[in-house]
Design a binder for this molecule. Structure first.
Ligand code: DQA
Length: 145
């Protein structure tokens, strides 16, 4: 099973940005962790990252056109206002799980709203990078139903 894991704005700065919120692990190590855990459940995680909204949309379309089994996506701050990413997720008929490393509901008010989650199958919030693993399991579970 092949799942695209898309990380959006500023997530390449994991390990550098607000370590008290997002942890000490650098982005490269996070990608390694996701791939390692994916492998254990017979999933190939194709990990992508972009700070550019349009590129994230291109990734979503690519996953669809290349018959991926699903998408795990952390759009970063785009979560809170990108109708374009929401539309892209709506366009593809496949399981899409949204992940947030931090508990956005404990944080500033603007982070409490996700415009993208309405287009997703579900959302995992506040469990650190383990959330990506749970999201992969969730995609797999939906596919196997
Ligand atoms: C985030 C939460 C967003 O509010 C923030 O803009 C991010 C990361 C998270 O993973 O907790 O960049 O998506």
């Amino acid at each position: 099973m092949k799942i695209m894991v898309i990380n959006g704005a500023n997530l390449n700065f994991l390990g550098i940005r607000e370590k008290n919120i997002y942890g000490k692990k650098g982005f490269k190590d996070v990608v390694e962790y996701i791939k390692y855990e994916a492998n254990k459940i017979d999933v190939t995680a194709d990990c992508r990252q972009s700070n550019i909204e349009g590129e994230i949309i291109n990734f979503i379309q690519e996953a669809y056109l290349n018959n991926y089994d699903g998408i795990v996506i952390n759009p970063g701050a785009y979560t809170h206002y990108s109708y374009a990413i929401m539309d892209a997720i709506k366009s593809v008929e496949m399981p899409v799980i949204e992940v947030h490393i931090s508990n956005v509901h404990k944080r500033e008010e603007f982070r409490h709203t996700s415009v993208t989650v309405a287009a997703c199958s579900g959302q995992i919030v506040g469990l650190g990078i383990y959330g990506y693993v749970l999201a992969l399991m969730a995609v797999k579970n939906i596919k196997e139903q």
